[in-house]
Ligand binder design. Sequence first.
Ligand code: CO
Ligand code: ZN
Length: 329
Amino acid sequence: MMLDTLRTVLAVPGVSGSEQIIAETLAELVRPYVDDIRTDALGNLICVKKGAADGKRVMVCAHMDQIGYVVTDIDKDGFLYVHNVGGFGPQAFLGKVVTFANGTQGVVYAKSVKDGAKLGMGDVYIDIGASSKQEAEEKISIGDTANVAFQMVVHGDRVSAPTMDDRAACAVVIELLKALQPPHHTVIAVFSAQEEVGTRGAQTAAAAENPDIGIAVDVTATGDTPGAEPRMAVKLGAGPAVKIMDRHSISTPSVRDGLIAAAKAAGVPYQREVLTFGGTDAGAIQRTLGGIPAGTLSIPCRYVHTPVETVSLRDMEQSATLLAEYLKA
Ligand code: CO
Ligand code: ZN
């Protein structure tokens, strides 16, 4: 079930700012399980499942956008020069196939740099098989975006693919909405836009919805691979991670402790997470309006922001179980 949902949401494109197709896909998947679905000017998909009259209004936020490339220039030979949308370096997707929203495919490569010189994003280009600028422009315009093509490897419980950040969390939220019958707290499930360029969607969605509590569901890095830097305690397959802090937010203690209590009540293992870089939509939610209590439930993920982001299906299922317990109590 989780794997099928994951496969469905991973295969759909949605670079930051171009989330229409993934938003439509997510709306179709959750429609039978929610009371209301709406979108807003930033492209957020907001799905409400009503709870009891004395329940709280809890925003559960998983971002639906993904990192990718935006075309900045096209040269006379038809090569596309690009910049990154979201945070990743020039090496991240070299040698990979990418897909544009109109279906055009290309391959990513880079100019060779002299010994000792550093590869920059300005050296990276996409070859779409065009032999001239004119031929390239028949398919692609400046500002078009591309994401790394979908490809998934399932090794039993562990699954590798691009865009686990944050479609793994989208899948968790879908399975959560299916499982809640009915919740005590009203669930405002937000599939947010433009997280990867600075948590922009979550900021407006939180302001519009003004929830009592905000919970971001996102991936986090792990410290369990050879030479992993920086040092951190989170491991793949050891259960969902309750975020203590990252660069963008310090989880509100009541939300953090509520998630830990829900893990214990549900009988699922959990990990405590301190991430020394990065951030999630919780940071935006927490600082919206006069301040909203917010925290993050993290899905451990190896190789974040690469073509082989790797998660554990059991960690994902336990994340949904933990959240269901949190929303039930
Ligand atoms: Co990310
Ligand atoms: Zn993310």
